[in-house]
Design a protein around this ligand. Structure first.
Ligand code: FES
Ligand code: FES
Length: 160
């Protein structure tokens, strides 16, 4: 099968039972996507398939053939962070950070479809992503800040 991962065409021959999370972490060494509950409850493994957030732990790799997958590795880095990464840091929205890659990918999808979300819309869009450290208010502030920066033209929310 072939699929696109972070803009690169990847060929793979996963077993029928291999999940997208297995493929990303174990076969492709894309370990930014986290395995926490491994049963569709926490959202730590959230990636985008054709722009839509999905749980990689619940998605068979074969269900991604021909699709475009984006992971946390498609965003920025320390030297050139994505506006959402910069905003999470500015608002101190990560404690242990384990949920953060999934939170960021859910937020990327939100801002790509809604450049000016209300707090209610942010909470709804992020509702599939749990944070055991309880940083929810800071996460909402970070997403609101990133959206505001992007609308002001000082950052590009969809850059990846
Ligand atoms: S690791 Fe996939 S939802 Fe928790
Ligand atoms: S920052 Fe620790 S689980 Fe979210």
């Amino acid at each position: 099968m072939k699929l696109s991962i972070n803009g690169r065409t990847v060929s793979a021959e996963p077993a029928g039972s291999t999940t997208l999370l297995d493929l990303l972490r174990d076969d492709l060494a894309l370990v930014g996507t986290k395995r926490v509950c491994d049963r569709g409850e926490c959202g730590a493994c959230t990636v985008l398939r054709d722009g839509v957030p999905i749980y990689a732990c619940l998605t068979l790799a074969h269900a991604c053939a021909g699709h475009e997958i984006r992971t946390i590795e498609s965003l920025g880095n320390t030297d050139a962070p994505h506006v959402l990464q910069e905003s999470f840091a500015a608002e101190d929205a990560a404690q242990c950070g384990f949920c953060t890659p999934g939170q960021l990918m859910a937020a990327v999808a939100l801002l790509e479809h809604n450049a000016d979300p209300s707090d209610t819309e942010i909470v709804a869009a992020m509702s599939g992503n749990l944070c055991r450290c309880g940083t929810y208010p800071k996460i909402v502030r970070a997403v609101r800040r990133a959206a505001s920066l992007a609308r002001a033209g000082t950052a590009e929310p969809t850059r990846g």
